[in-house]
Design a protein around this ligand. Structure first.
Ligand SMILES: [Zn+2]
Length: 378
């Protein structure tokens, strides 16, 4: 039995190897030997952009960012065939870079010879020389005709995937999506890490400035949990109606763009990461009766002062920080249980500045060990 398995494996390997040697046999469509490709809008310099790391969808940020829109129009203009297809979608279809606005579907059908030839030219050009053009464009991966090719796995070539016979799916890094690559800018740009997840298992904040040059800190455990589900733009749920009622909107049960916009401004006003979603920190304030666990209850203002002085004197707590240290600070500053979210937002910054002023300390908005000491003496 074992011997048979080995023989069979050897036979499969032999077939795979011979197929691999025939150029184009492992590609989704036969590529031209010298694909024409696209002409860069300007000089692209000598240095090559770093290989885009796989950055999974982490925000619900519908819209078409500059880089995606520019590549779409550049490709359509160069090849003159195929439909413009999808870019942004709702966030209800499971994990997809489309929900971040970081994907584009170029509608080129394998059954249409003109479209297939254009797809072959584009993909041959994009992926050759270990994906040189893909790196210049910030393309993470492409899927076409049941095959996938990824910049970060360029050595593996085209691998088996599924579907995508009527379009090429193109996924972008944050640099690629925002057009910050050597192809568009003429020089290599620093790596953009995109929006950061603030609480584990929750959507990322979309309020951070457009380009994020720092790797995201590890998300903090949730400070509060509720008995309501985390919901995002595009989803239908009875709890969406609940939120719509609480926010003074008509109760349709469908999470539409109006609710998303309303939530972002409501989150801004309530010291929460601006995710545009009905996440756990949002529910905890929007519907306090749904709260299951609330770590903030463990601390009074007095116990929080002692705990903070003892445990967090070596930290600098500042805007956008999350976690228990922030929560303890909020309690120590006298913020209500409701507003003690474990997230250092605008209200916490204001409270920190006010407290620093009243303690005769510089009102920096960044809370340090010296501030804990001054607070405990007050
Ligand atoms: Zn797609």
């Amino acid at each position: 039995m074992r011997k048979l398995a080995i023989t069979l494996t050897a036979a499969v390997l032999a077939v795979t190897a011979s197929a691999g040697t025939a150029h184009g046999a492992t590609t989704p469509v036969p590529f031209p030997s010298s694909p024409k490709g696209m002409k860069a809008p300007g000089p692209v310099g000598h240095a090559l952009d770093p290989v885009p790391a796989y950055a999974p969808q982490n925000a619900c940020q519908p819209g078409t960012p500059t880089g995606v829109a520019k590549l779409r129009s550049h490709v359509l203009k160069t090849y003159g065939v195929g439909g413009a297809g999808n870019t942004a979608r709702t966030c209800a279809e499971g994990s997809s870079e489309h929900a971040d606005g970081r994907a584009w579907d170029w509608m080129v059908n394998v059954k249409n010879s003109k479209e297939k030839a254009a797809a072959a030219n584009f993909l041959g050009w994009l992926t050759r020389d270990n994906g040189r053009a893909a790196r210049r464009l910030g393309v993470m991966y492409v899927i076409y005709n049941k095959k996938i090719w990824a910049s970060y796995r360029a050595k593996d070539g085209w691998r088996a995937s599924s579907g995508h016979t009527d379009h090429i799916h193109v996924s972008f890094s944050w640099n690629g999506a925002r057009g910050n690559t050597s192809w568009w800018r003429g020089a290599v740009q620093p790596t953009d890490y995109g929006p950061c997840q603030r609480f584990a298992g929750q959507p990322s904040a979309v309020d951070t400035k457009a380009v994020n040059l720092k790797p995201c800190p590890a998300p903090s455990p949730l400070i509060k949990t509720t008995n309501l589900p985390t919901l995002e733009y595009g989803q239908r749920h009875s709890a969406v109606s609940t939120a719509q009622g609480l926010l003074g909107r008509s109760r349709t049960g469908t999470f539409d763009s109006g609710l998303r916009a309303k939530l972002i401004s409501w989150q801004r006003a309530n010291n929460l990461p601006k995710t545009g979603g009905l996440d756990q920190p949002t529910w905890a304030i929007l519907r306090t009766s749904s709260v299951k666990t609330n770590v903030a209850k463990q601390y009074t203002a007095t116990s929080a002062r002692a705990y903070g002085l003892k445990n967090y004197s070596k930290l600098s707590l500042k805007s956008l920080d999350t976690g228990r240290s922030v929560l303890v600070l909020q309690r120590a500053l006298g913020l209500s249980l409701k507003l003690s979210t474990g997230y250092f937002g605008a209200q916490t910054t204001a409270a920190v500045k006010a407290k620093q002023s009243s303690l005769g300390r510089p009102a920096t908005g960044v809370w340090t060990g010296a501030d804990w000491k001054a607070l405990s003496r007050s």
